[in-house]
Design a protein around this ligand. Structure first.
Ligand code: DAK
Length: 258
């Protein structure tokens, strides 16, 4: 599939996806959702990618939510089909077997923060504006927001954000754990690349295992989840990265993971 609403590039094993609808503040329309779905599908089978970065084109917006024009005149049946497609896309994004970073370069609203929450790490420009304004449209979040937001910030804060629909600035978002880092806008690209490069040089198998157990854990009891941790810890010993990591430590050198 050729893409026009997203731009995908890979360099040094870091794949960057840029949402490319600057005039509409990178709002997610149907075509963008289909392109993202296809791209994430391809990435799930990629041998070359070790880290994915998602950001928006331009300086003003990451993703200003769903493209509101697509809601006009829609029946519950057609909107259901579309929202399930977006949910499936975000579930696939969350399940990619390597780290995914949202580099939040401005407005990050509705479907935008929902996409960012399906990523593993979030780096925000200090000018970013984050929120779930769906309630102001007479809607509720539909692309995972009610669940992922509650799990990240707790139900009390999630209810505040979703019930009132008010925007949150980047520093506040950081204070309740919704973003990991806040940097001046001119440093966002550099900071994102720094974190992405570090992860790309990391032990990819262990990163995959850590992601798997962190993501799956909350679906199980504590005992089951820490048992899963033990199994995946043991499985890491099937990979040569452990030998390299341990040997590097014992020989006081930097590890060179495969
Ligand atoms: N949809 C469509 N166009 C949008 C847009 C959006 N979400 N956000 C901005 N634009 C367009 C504006 O209409 C304007 O277009 P022109 O008039 O120039 O043609 C252009 O982008 C620039 O926007 P503004 O002139 O409004 O710029 P300002 O700086 O004054 O304001 C703003 C920026 C972000 C505060 C404002 O644009 C705004 O409030 N935007 C809407 C935010 C919002 O409510 N987003 C939707 C939340 S609901 C689903 C998928 C996802 C979801 C649900 C279902 N399915 C697949 C079924 C998620 C739902 C949501 O995200």
């Amino acid at each position: 599939m050729t893409y026009s609403n997203i731009i995908v590039t890979t360099e040094n094993r870091i794949t960057t996806i840029k949402i490319n609808r600057e005039k509409a503040l990178n709002a997610l329309n149907e075509k963008t959702i289909v392109e993202l779905h296809d791209c994430i599908d391809q990435l799930s089978q990629s041998e070359d990618t070790k880290v994915v970065v998602i950001t928006g084109v331009g300086k003003k917006s990451f993703i200003a939510g769903a493209d509101i024009t697509m809601f006009e005149g829609k029946s519950p049946t057609s909107i259901r089909k579309l929202i399930l497609k977006l949910q499936e896309t975000l579930n696939k994004l969350e399940d990619l077997p390597f780290p995914v970073i949202a580099s939040i370069n401005g407005y990050c609203l509705g479907g935008g923060i929902e996409l960012a929450m399906a990523c593993d790490l979030r780096i925000a420009s200090s000018t970013a504006i984050i929120g779930q304004p769906e309630i102001k449209l007479g809607l509720i979040p539909g692309a995972g927001g009610t669940q992922r937001l509650s799990r990240i910030v707790g139900t009390g804060r999630a209810k505040e954000i979703i019930f009132l629909g008010d925007n949150v600035d980047a520093e506040s978002a950081k204070s309740f754990g919704l973003v990991n880092w806040v940097v001046p806008p001119e440093n966002l690209e550099e900071k994102t690349l720094k974190i992405a490069s570090r992860l790309a040089k990391g032990p990819s198998f262990a990163l995959n295992m850590a992601k798997e157990v962190i993501n799956r854990g909350p679906e199980s009891s504590l005992l089951d989840a820490i048992r899963m941790e033990a199994e995946l810890f043991a499985l890491c010993f099937a990979h040569e990265d452990v030998k390299e990591g341990v040997n590097a430590f014992l020989n006081k050198r930097k590890p060179n993971f495969k």
